[in-house]
Design a protein around this ligand. Structure first.
Ligand SMILES: Cc1ncc(COP(=O)(O)O)c(C=O)c1O
Length: 404
């Protein structure tokens, strides 16, 4: 198939729910991907925060190759060696006390499990989430997600979800009622614009939840696996939640969702009360074992600190140069650059010129590169971005769209 045929077929037969870039990707290695015509791209998106080890990490590739010859499917109604190996490796690195795991297939599913768990454990219905939060698009996760463009077409959602203003612990204290089961939040809001909380906020929320006997759930789907410079984002503030939601990179690129909780909390779910057919699939778990080994052996969280600083400094250089850049923020290799106007054009131009970047809301360009990205490729991505910003600035010079 050629480029046009691939696009035509996808457009014809697939639900039109993704905002597509006109690129057919067929190959990846490390922080680079190639399209069907052989054109190279620097991937500063990691496929939406999945390919943190880089594409086709050799350890993951050989683990998958070996397991595919052995056993591909095994329902969790039976035991499996790779599943056991994976959960054992996982709980060795999760924050102390979080050592009971439910495996699923996506970030939204990891949140669904956390919501059910909170309701079952506490016997209470209400979940408090933050304005600006993103937790996924299945009905439960969507009920915790903030953006009305995702929510409104599907009302009514699951009842007893309440949203409060972020970065203000008093709002959480005021919102907690007799009915509250849990507070659910991302340690750093990703889709909400790469918003790092003020120091002391997460610690204060932890304290309030303890005082009020309410569970604290951290959605670490985007902030974990070393991305922010610690294995789990919450470790930047020394705060441990009661339940943690994980997904994206944990199986080296294969689909996975993980809900991990304190043992006494996870034990609230009894046989049959929660399950999914692919939970703990052996192929996924084999890839997951290799991914966790690579994360630890290659010290990728430390690398995210070092390379993240380098990347952020370069972005700050662009901010100093281009008035249309309003702010640069983020932690480790989870970075955002807020512009003074809509970023779609910038993102599309970067893609055309060989750099894959993401948005985070209307005005933020988001960078979630693989943690193995080399400085040489950051430099190249920055110079392309520089040229794109320059062009945008010139096009908009004098236009009322550029505001303060
Ligand atoms: C913080 C957070 N939670 C949940 C999700 C949903 O994950 P998935 O798309 O795998 O369902 C995402 C996806 O980007 C996310 O960033």
């Amino acid at each position: 198939m050629n480029e046009k045929e691939v696009m035509d077929i996808e457009n014809r037969f697939m639900a039109n729910v993704f905002s597509k870039k006109p690129v057919v990707l067929t190959k990846g290695k490390g922080e680079l991907v190639w399209d069907i015509n052989g054109k190279e791209y620097i991937d500063c998106s990691s496929s939406y925060g999945v390919a943190l080890l880089g594409h086709c990490h050799p350890k993951v590739v050989s683990a998958v190759q070996a397991q595919v010859e052995q056993l591909v499917s095994c329902h969790s109604g039976f035991y499996n060696d790779k599943r056991a190996e994976f959960v054992e490796k996982l709980v060795k690195i999760t924050p102390k006390g979080l050592d009971k795991v439910f495996l699923s297939n996506s970030g939204a599913e990891s949140v669904e499990c956390a919501i059910k768990l909170a309701r079952k454990y506490t016997g209470k219905p209400e979940i408090i989430a933050l304005m600006g939060a993103f937790h996924g698009k299945t009905m439960g996760a969507l009920s915790a997600t903030w953006d009305k463009k995702y929510r409104e077409p599907f009302l009514p959602l699951v009842p007893e979800f309440k949203h409060v203003a972020p970065d203000n612990q008093d709002k959480i204290r005021e919102a907690i009622s007799e009915k509250t089961a849990a507070v659910l939040m991302e340690p750093i809001r990703g889709e909400g614009g790469v918003r790092v909380p003020p120091d002391g906020y997460l610690q204060a929320v932890r304290q309030i939840c303890d005082e009020k006997n309410v569970l604290l759930i951290f959605d670490e789907v985007q902030t974990s696996f070393g991305r922010t410079g610690k294995l789990f984002g919450c470790q930047n503030w020394g705060v441990t939640p009661d339940v943690m939601c994980l997904a994206k990179p944990f199986a080296g690129g294969l689909p996975i969702g993980i809900t991990v909780a304190r043992e006494n909390i996870m034990s609230a779910l009894k046989v049959g009360e929660h399950s999914t057919t692919f939970s703990g699939n052996p192929l996924v778990c084999a890839a997951g074992c290799a991914a966790l080994d690579a994360l630890v052996e290659e010290k990728l969280a430390d690398r995210a600190v070092e390379i993240g600083k380098y990347f952020k400094t370069k972005l700050e250089g662009l901010q100093a140069k281009h008035r249309i850049v309003k702010e640069v923020r983020g932690l480790g290799l989870m970075l955002g650059m807020e512009l003074r106007y809509d970023v779609l054009n910038v993102i599309m131009k970067c893609v055309q010129r060989g750099v894959l970047v993401l948005d985070a809301g209307r005005t933020v360009v988001r960078f979630l590169p693989p943690l193995i990205i080399e400085k040489e490729h950051i430099d190249k991505a920055i110079s392309i971005l520089d040229a794109v910003l320059e062009e945008e600035e010139n096009e908009r010079a004098g236009s009322s769209a550029v505001s303060n």
